[in-house]
Design a protein around this ligand. Structure first.
Ligand code: EPZ
Length: 422
């Protein structure tokens, strides 16, 4: 196993280029199951989760070639298998995103039930209920979802009881090849969902309500789509994470290749904490705060404050002059980073889904800590950047799932970060 060693208290400076969004690339790669042609996809982040989904698509019979580290051409015409096995799904729950397109195209598929994960039980009941409403027969057998729709799926009106990002994405892809029109009510409207809709629209799909929580799709009755080549949008969560790196080091840094409007909620919270923000169409510059103020934030669906930035802001809140309050409303167990931050000297108390952080500027000390999930591990990296002495972050395979070239990017900003083998 590998670990990161970070020597803290370094000022940061300079620029960092943000990669393509993992959570946009995953549904978009799955959507190529709906394509009748080869598709060139660029600005793909070269991270473990993307390579896992490419491996799954290859196991199903797709073929792809790497044009460079961040560009591929993929062809799914020769898919001859519709079973996504446990060994691959257990490593990445987003594999569930092949369920909708496989079922819509082939009329049958078997997908291993994704287990829970560190941040919560994360059921997929809403995905399955919606597919049943579209005429699918769903059976759960020996840990697998057995889904059949011999005559294809039929357009229906789907009302999601809860807003679900991958649930919305699965049903958009299922509806694309359905017989008839599907209306999705209470749909997620994250930028990653929007790009999936835009790519499908550019492939000729008749889709209305893009970017709203009511989407209407006219299915092609299992006619495959002619995809256009496309590039993945910038990763707003990676961008937010690096803004927090600049903020926790109270340093001026600039992010390139970002889409500032996707970070409105994050930027306004940084300004509330006393940081300056300067934007152009594709860059964000963070300016240091005279004094870091505490923050009160509640995670909610887009365009509200993203749950994927909660852990990073908790690390930042340890440097505020005062008491911050964080409410995590989306996942029932997304505080795995708290115990590790406490070991570094943070002052955090948990009561239900509310965390109270009493800022202790420059009081964190480096030690050995353990990553537990993707965003929790990025919070530990941030804390290590400002901690006195050296921090060793173990189990960093969590980080490698969603952050491309993390050490190189942080080192280029002036951090002292090295990767070692245990
Ligand atoms: C997506 O997960 C993201 N992953 C997550 O990012 C992100 O945290 C989450 O959306 C919320 O924004 C990808 O896009 C690959 P949900 P997803 O379905 O779709 C409950 C990261 O760090 N729910 O929107 O799995 C669920 O338990 C990851 O990159 C049901 O009850 O999340 C949760 O409480 C972590 N039944 C809430 O809804 C269902 O069938 C929101 O989940 C589906 C979801």
């Amino acid at each position: 196993m590998k670990y990161l060693q970070i020597l803290g208290q370094k000022k940061l400076a300079g620029e960092v280029s943000i990669s393509g969004a993992k959570n946009a690339a995953l549904p978009l790669l799955a959507s190529t199951i709906l394509a009748k042609n080869s598709v060139e996809i660029c600005n793909l982040p070269n991270v473990v989760d993307i390579n896992t989904l490419l491996k799954l698509l290859e196991m199903l019979g797709s073929s792809f070639s790497k044009i460079d580290n961040n560009c591929i051409t993929i062809n799914t015409l020769n898919i001859n298998e519709t079973k996504a096995t446990y060994d691959i799904v257990k490593t990445m729950r987003a594999s569930i995103l092949v369920l909708g397109p496989l079922l819509a195209r082939f009329g049958h598929c078997e997908v291993s039930l994704p287990g829970g994960c560190a941040i919560g039980q994360r059921p997929v009941d809403l995905h399955l209920k919606a597919l049943e409403q579209m005429g699918a027969i769903i059976e759960i057998k020996a840990g697998y979802i057995l889904a059949t729709a011999p005559k294809g799926l039929k357009g229906s009106t789907i009302v999601f009881d809860k807003i679900t990002v991958t649930g919305t994405e699965n049903i958009i892809m299922a509806a694309a090849l359905a017989h008839g029109t599907t209306k999705i009510i209470n749909a997620a409207k994250e930028p990653e969902v929007v790009q999936l809709c835009e790519v499908l629209r550019d492939a000729g799909l008749n889709i209305k309500g893009i970017g709203t929580n009511e989407i209407e799709i006219e299915g092609t009755a299992q006619e495959l789509l002619e995809f256009k080549d496309f590039g993945i949008i910038a990763d707003r969560i990676e961008a937010g994470t690096y803004l927090c790196a600049g903020a926790i080091a109270n340093s001026k840094i600039t992010l390139n290749n970002v889409i500032p409007m996707h970070l409105d909620a994050v930027l306004s919270k940084l300004e509330e904490m006393g940081f300056g923000i300067e934007k152009t169409d594709t860059t964000i510059t963070l300016l240091p705060a005279k004094s870091i103020k505490p923050v009160k934030l509640t995670t909610t669906e887009y365009p509200g404050f993203p749950t994927d930035m909660q852990a990073q802001f908790m690390a930042l809140a340890t440097q505020a002059n005062g008491v911050s309050i964080i409410d995590e409303n989306l996942f029932e167990n997304r505080y795995m980073h708290v115990n590790e931050l406490l070991r570094m000297g943070a002052d955090i108390t948990l009561k239900g889904h509310t965390a109270t952080i009493t800022g202790t500027p420059n009081a964190l000390t480096g030690t050995d800590v353990m990553a537990t999930d993707l965003r929790a591990s990025s919070a530990l990296v941030l804390a290590a950047l400002v901690a006195k002495g050296t921090t060793n972050i173990h189990r960093i395979y969590h980080l490698d799932r969603g952050y491309e070239n993390l050490e190189e990017k942080l080192t280029a900003l002036g951090a002292d970060v090295k990767r070692f083998n245990e």
